[in-house]
Design a protein around this ligand. Sequence first.
Ligand code: SAM
Length: 282
Amino acid sequence: MPGILYIVATPIGNLEDMTYRAIRVLKEVDLIAAEDTRHTKKLLTHFGIDTPLISYYREKELHRTEQLVARMLGGESVALVSDAGTPAISDPGSILVRETRNAELQIIPLPGPSALSAAISCAGLETNSFLFLGFSPAKSAQRRKHLQPLVSQTHPLVFYESPHRVRRFIEDALEIFGDRKVLWAREISKMYEDIQETSLFDLANRIENEKVRGELVIIIHPGQTLQPQGETIDEILLWYRHESDFSLKDACKKIASDMGLPRSDIYQRALEIWGKQNNQHK
Ligand code: SAM
């Protein structure tokens, strides 16, 4: 009998999220193909699993796939795991799946943790659909090119991000999408889990001078990009005053960034204009 390929989801933080079935299958297969064998070894030790491990990472995908398919054809069963979550979602695995199917071998997925489904499940989406985009390009120019066509999308957009790139991602997203509603899901299932609904602008402000730790999923909701009306700075300041919930400080910051002007100049003018309006209302 030829072997089977099992695609096994593993915890994204909390080890209690490991399923009974995942433990059983990882014990029963002949071989576990893991993205990082040292990382997976710790998980296996925790659950008392001593099945042999073989590395299966992005750079080795093609070569390893050949070997693994040959072993399955020879009768061995293989479980594929990634460092965390569901393999083949922004993780290696797709090539092995494709080639296993080409070889007419059976593929069995073991459902379980994924940062994608966890974040979506607590986003309170207003639609039944969303667009999963995984990681955006690391370089700003490419990232902007990647984000720009998404402005008119009517589906919520789901991104994976790493802590050291997230600030620049949010800055670019704010510039391209304008101030949209966002779900920020950090450290899901871990001790310092931090899941909040906020706006791109507030988020950009919050993390401007803060070191972000941990892994993140960011969901940008669809919406009309808020376009301030007005020809002059005074008109735009008045628009923010009457038509938006922006504080004076945030409005100045946004205008300064939109128009490439010094924030202090806008702030000075805003004090005069908003101040005048306050006096008129007294
Ligand atoms: N295949 C995995 C899955 O199913 O979730 C994703 C692997 S991808 C290489 C890693 C990215 O997933 C991280 O950069 C982050 O965007 C997201 N991620 C993984 N664990 C997370 C967690 N505990 N909280 C929030 N995001 C997480």
